[in-house]
Design a protein around this ligand. Structure first.
Ligand code: PGA
Ligand code: ZN
Length: 416
C-alpha cells in the first residue's frame, strides 16, 4: 500500500532537469527512483513531457512532476497493489496514449521503478531477487560493457561511431571484470593524453580524443587491453555506432567524410570484425533502414552479436518483428524507452522466446539510481552497459553489481 507520493525536479549527469519520485509505504518506508534521459534517442521511444518556455531552455520537468503528485498519486493511493503489471497497466490506462505523451514516460518510468522497489521491499527480498522471481529468470551477474572512447552525439570530436566499449567476457567474476575495466581505462587515459594532449570526456565518461576513424579508436583500445596485461580473449570490444547519427537517407551513410552505401558499410563492419576483437555491434544501421539491418545480419550474425537499440526501443512488438525479419540477434533494453518496468520485462521475454540476447542499458544522461544493476542480475540477461568505469552516475551501477556478488557469491558471472 502506498500512503504518500512525492516527486521533485533534480539535475541529471548532463546538468539537465529530470524527475525523482518517492513512494511512502504503509510502514513509513520510502522507496525512491529517478529518470534518465538519452541524447541519441530513437524516433519510436516513449515520449517525455518537458515544460518548454525559457527556464532550462525548455527542459524543465515541473509538468511531469505535477502529473506524478496529481493524477498518478491519486491512482496509486486509490487501492492496495499486488503486482507491477497491475500498476503499470493502470498507469498506461491513465495516460490514455500509447507512447505515454500525456503524463510523460519520464514520469511513469520513475513511478514504475519505485513501485517495483516497493513490491520487492514487501517480499523482504533484494530487488534483483524479486525481479528474478517475477520474470521467472535465473539470476546471473552480467558482463559489464565499459564505454571508454566516445564519439557521435555524446562527444565534440569528429568520430562518427558513438561508443567503443570494453567487454571483459573472459573475466572470472564481476569484481575481476570491473577491475579489468578500470585498469584498462587508466592505461587508455595515459595513451590518449600522451598522443593527443589534454583530452575531453564524452557524456558517459569515456575519452573523446580528436580522432575521426573507428580504426584509430579500435587500435587505441586493443593496445590498451594488451598494455594493461590482458588478452583479447579475456577482454573483447563492443561498439555502438548509433548509425541514425550519420545516416543521410536513401541507404547512404556519411562516415569519416565519405559516403558509403549499405553494402559498403556492411563490408566495413565485416572488415573491422576480422581486424579487431570486436564481439558486438549495436545500431550498425539506422532505425528505419531495415534493408541495411538485413544485409549485416546475413553477413556476420553467426560471428558477431548484432544489437538493436533505436531499432527496437525496448518494444516487445518491434523486437518480435526484428526476429521475424532477421534484423538482429540481440536487443538493447532501456526502461525509459518504453516507460514502465513490466513492459521492459515483456521486451526481454519476447527477445528470449526468439533466442535473442539482451543487453541492459543506462542512458547518456543518468542519475545516481542503480536500478539497472538489479535489472541485469535479476533478469539474468548476462550483459549491461553503464558507461565508463568512472564518474558517480556510472559507477553506482558497477558498484551495485559488486555488492550483489559479495552478498551472493554463488551467482554465476558471464553471458547468458
Ligand atoms: P542515449 O545513448 O542514451 O543518448 O540514447 C545510448 C545509446 O545509444 O545506447
Ligand atoms: Zn545505442
Amino acid at each position: 500500500t502506498v500512503i504518500a507520493v512525492d516527486a521533485e525536479q533534480i539535475l541529471d549527469s548532463r546538468g539537465w532537469p529530470t524527475l525523482q519520485v518517492s513512494l511512502t509505504l504503509h510502514d513509513g518506508t520510502t522507496v525512491v527512483a529517478s529518470t534518465p534521459a538519452g541524447a541519441s534517442t530513437g524516433a519510436f521511444e516513449a515520449a517525455e513531457v518537458r515544460d518548454g518556455g525559457h527556464s532550462f531552455q525548455g527542459r524543465g520537468v515541473h509538468k511531469a512532476v505535477a502529473a506524478v503528485t496529481g493524477e498518478i498519486s491519486e491512482l496509486l493511493m486509490s487501492t492496495p497493489w499486488t503486482s507491477i503489471t497491475e500498476i503499470d497497466d493502470a498507469l498506461r490506462e491513465l495516460d490514455g496514449i500509447p507512447n505515454l505523451s500525456r503524463l510523460g514516460a519520464n514520469s511513469t518510468v520513475a513511478v514504475s521503478m519505485a513501485a517495483a522497489r516497493g513490491l520487492a521491499y514487501a517480499t523482504g527480498f533484494p530487488l534483483y531477487r524479486w525481479i528474478s522471481a517475477v520474470t521467472g529468470s535465473t539470476a546471473l551477474l552480467p558482463v559489464p560493457h565499459f564505454n571508454v572512447l566516445n564519439g557521435g552525439a555524446h562527444a565534440a570530436n569528429e568520430l562518427d561511431f558513438q561508443e567503443f566499449m570494453l567487454a571483459p567476457i573472459g573475466a572470472a567474476n564481476e569484481e575481476h571484470a570491473i577491475q579489468a575495466g578500470s585498469e584498462i581505462y587508466h592505461v587508455l587515459a595515459n595513451k590518449v593524453n600522451s598522443a593527443y594532449g589534454g583530452v575531453g570526456l564524452g557524456d558517459e565518461g569515456g575519452f573523446a580524443p580528436p580522432i575521426s576513424h573507428p580504426s584509430e579508436a579500435l587500435d587505441l583500445l586493443t593496445d590498451a587491453i594488451l598494455a594493461a596485461g590482458y588478452t583479447t580473449d579475456q577482454v573483447k570490444i563492443a561498439i555502438d555506432s548509433a548509425a541514425n547519427g550519420f545516416y543521410r537517407g536513401d541507404g547512404v551513410y556519411r562516415l569519416g567524410g565519405k559516403d558509403l552505401n549499405r553494402q559498403q558499410l556492411a563490408d566495413y563492419y565485416v572488415q573491422l570484425a576480422s581486424d579487431y576483437p570486436l564481439w558486438s555491434i549495436e545500431d550498425g544501421f539506422a532505425e528505419d533502414d531495415h534493408q541495411g539491418w538485413g544485409i549485416l545480419f546475413d553477413r556476420i550474425s553467426d560471428k558477431v552479436q548484432i544489437v538493436g537499440d533505436d531499432l527496437y526501443v525496448t518494444d516487445a512488438r518491434r523486437i518480435q518483428s526484428g526476429a521475424d525479419n532477421g534484423y538482429s540477434n540481440a536487443a538493447l533494453i532501456k526502461l525509459n524507452q518504453i516507460g514502465t518496468v513490466s513492459q521492459t520485462f515483456d521486451a526481454i521475454a519476447v527477445a528470449r522466446q526468439n533466442s535473442m540476447r539482451c543487453m541492459i542499458s543506462h542512458r547518456s544522461g543518468e542519475t545516481g539510481d542503480d536500478f539497472i544493476a538489479d535489472l541485469a542480475v535479476g533478469t539474468g540477461v548476462g550483459q549491461i552497459k553503464a558507461g565508463a568505469p568512472a564518474r558517480g552516475e556510472r559507477v553506482v551501477k558497477y558498484n551495485r553489481l559488486m555488492r550483489i556478488e559479495k552478498q551472493e557469491p554463488t551467482l554465476r558471472y558471464g553471458l547468458e
